[in-house]
Write a protein that binds this ligand. Structure first.
Ligand code: G
Ligand code: MN
Length: 256
């Protein structure tokens, strides 16, 4: 009943796919499709979350092999997964089992990881990083958002939350924040991915601000593996043409 859907992360020109995010869905026989927000908290309470994390790692690595290329595969883990000191061993085993390199994988976590007092979390994070696996901070800007951890934690990617993207067209302070966050990320050498891009205008604003990477319904909804394979063929990945592209032009807010 658990399935992984895949959504592409594209570069600023929207001509190349940088990676894919694996997103979990629960196909309940009676209730139908259930989204992670509705079952992850229950899985965390009941301890089943470790099973979900292990499944996502196994399944995403297995599927990533068939698309093997330049792209990374991003897997979401719960802060609770980092309580487990065996997590680095588990990840290493899944990579090895499927013949993937550490650089092929990105592990996404949320700011919740900073709030839990588990003694193992920091050490586990460092050991996952030491394997050469990239760590991404998901939903950035919605939670704790302390800038101090950007230095303290071994993260290499920030995912700017959709709530910033939603207001880009209407709200000058959203635009100021997205630009400021981009500048911080550039100076700290972090990749920044704008999440939940739905409209051409949002995409255009981000591109003009200098965003490196984006993700959202504008490019593709999360798709089942079969639908995603069709999508990849239709968009001739790696040969340009991940439509829709944003028109080029100077940034009016940059004075240019
Ligand atoms: O927490 P995280 O950022 O990993 O989850 C992203 C969620 O947002 C997924 O469930 C995914 O289906 C959804 N999503 C991805 N792109 C878009 C988008 O453009 N619009 C909306 N509304 N949701 C999106
Ligand atoms: Mn995510």
């Amino acid at each position: 009943q658990l399935k992984l859907y895949y959504q592409p992360i594209t570069d600023a020109e929207h001509t190349n796919i940088l990676g894919y995010e694996a997103l979990m869905r629960w196909h309940h026989p009676v209730k139908g499709l259930i989204m992670p927000n509705d079952f992850i908290p229950i899985a965390e309470e009941t301890g089943l979350i470790h099973m979900l994390g292990a499944y996502a790692l196994y399944e995403a690595c297995r599927e990533a092999v068939s698309w093997a290329g330049e792209q990374t595969i991003s897997v979401n883990l719960s802060p609770m997964d980092f309580h487990n000191p065996e997590l680095p061993v588990l990840i290493g085993a899944e990579l090895a089992r499927h013949g993937l390199a550490a650089r092929d994988l990105v592990v996404e976590m949320t700011e919740g990881i900073l709030l839990d007092g588990d003694p193992n979390t920091q050490a586990t994070l460092q050991r996952v990083h030491a394997l050469g696996i990239r760590l991404a901070m998901d939903d950035f800007g919605t939670g704790y958002s302390s800038l101090a951890y950007l230095r303290r934690l071994p993260i290499s990617e920030l995912k700017l939350d959709k709530s910033f993207i939603d207001d880009l067209e209407r709200d000058a302070s959203s635009r100021a924040l997205s630009k400021a966050i981009l500048t911080i990320c550039e100076s700290l050498d972090l990749r920044v991915v704008a999440e939940g891009i739905e409209g051409e205008q949002q995409c255009e604003i981000l591109r003009r601000q200098g965003y490196h990477a984006g993700q959202g319904y504008l490019f593709s909804r999360p798709l089942t593996p079969d639908a995603f394979a069709d999508w990849l063929r239709a968009h001739e990945v790696g040969q340009g043409g991940v439509a829709p592209a944003c028109a080029a032009g100077p940034d009016p807010e940059d004075g240019g």
